[in-house]
Design a protein around this ligand. Structure first.
Ligand code: SF4
Ligand code: SF4
Length: 171
């Protein structure tokens, strides 16, 4: 399902319902740090990294299963993520998103964080947001921080960095 943005301006109660929606049929970008962390947990990058050419850039993307386009780390029996503790940064951000520009959604407004002006949203399609029996409360500051970290890590993610990383994991 497509991300349906709603403005995220106040803390929201959250509980993942493990509905699989965000772990299937999505393009999950990986940063070098994500690849390193998952590899250190014992997974071979050859089994979970694929490539996507976007303009002049190559992006690293999480591999998916052929039969349902589910992420290779999603456990179809339990609905859970098999690498929850080391999952990619973007999976820690979802069902929220961080934008440098307003998307034109009613009720949106800027959120200033560490000197940066950002616009934050959550996915209205995620059943975990505003859950009745929440597990946690997610704050805009938390998501803004993760968004900036993702932006910075993605910026320094390139083929040379991957080659260096793979060289290091083979030693
Ligand atoms: S984050 Fe939301 S969409 Fe993703 S599995 Fe949990 S409840 Fe479903
Ligand atoms: S790494 Fe985990 S949270 Fe991220 S898409 Fe795969 S199964 Fe879902």
């Amino acid at each position: 399902m497509r991300f349906k943005p709603r403005p995220f301006t106040e803390p929201v109660p959250f509980r993942c319902e493990f509905c699989l929606d965000c772990c299937r049929g999505r393009h999950v970008y990986l940063t070098l740090r994500d690849i390193e962390r998952i590899a250190e947990a014992g997974h071979d990058p050859q089994d979970f990294v694929t490539f996507s050419v976007e303009g002049k850039r190559i992006r690293f993307v999480l591999s998916v299963r052929e039969w349902d386009l589910g992420c290779v780390f999603h456990d179809p029996e339990t609905g859970r993520c098999r690498i929850h503790d080391v999952r990619p940064l973007i999976c820690r951000i979802y069902p929220f998103m961080v934008s440098r520009k307003p998307l034109g959604v009613e009720g949106e407004g800027p959120f200033d964080h560490k000197g940066e002006r950002l616009w934050l949203y959550y996915d209205e399609n995620c059943p975990g947001v505003n859950a009745e029996n929440p597990e946690t409360v997610i704050t805009p500051g938390e998501i803004a921080g993760l968004g900036l970290e993702f932006e910075e890590e993605l910026e320094r993610t390139d083929l040379d960095g991957l080659a260096e990383l793979l060289d290091g994991t083979e030693r």
